[in-house]
Design a protein around this ligand. Structure first.
Ligand code: CMP
Length: 139
């Protein structure tokens, strides 16, 4: 059975552009409840650890630099079928391929500065949520 939690970050480009409120509104209107939320800034070391699965990819160095370049908003979101439904809401990684009406289509600037992150599995949602939040910070 699909889990009911996913993890997201509003990335530095979207935060800097003042799109955090509009993105959170879309998330809530799509039926997700915010279970935990935090405005923070990743160090390069933490960004590297968070994206360690991409270590061998050619974009890893730039990704780490970008993700530690400014504030992000980390959130755990709750809804039935959370991981899949959230990935539909945000659209493809590359905004040029993202469907109309998706968060990335509306707010992403490039394949790297793509406005939001969304977990790709229930297992990663749990790992990524725990990366940012203690049990006591969750509702
Ligand atoms: P995200 O869903 O957070 O997961 C990995 C991130 O790497 C991705 O979003 C983008 O921000 C970034 N990225 C940069 N270049 C690429 C690429 N060519 N393919 C996939 N992800 C990329």
């Amino acid at each position: 059975m699909a889990g009911n939690k996913t993890f997201t970050m509003i990335k530095p480009d979207a935060y800097e552009a003042g799109n955090s409120g509009a993105i959170i509104k879309m998330i809530e209107e799509a039926g997700f409840k915010i279970n935990a939320a935090k405005l923070t800034k990743l160090t390069a070391e933490n960004a590297g650890a968070f994206y360690a699965v991409h270590k061998e990819r050619p974009f890893y160095g730039d990704l780490v630099k970008y993700m530690s370049s400014g504030p992000i908003i980390a959130m755990i979101l709750e809804k039935d079928n959370a991981v899949e439904d959230f990935r539909k809401l945000i659209g493809a990684t590359n905004p040029a391929e993202a469907a109309e009406g998706t968060i990335r289509k509306m707010f992403a600037k490039s394949i790297e500065a793509n406005a939001v992150h969304g977990s790709d599995s229930d297992e990663n949602a749990a790992i990524e949520g725990s990366f940012f939040f203690a049990q006591t910070e969750r509702f």
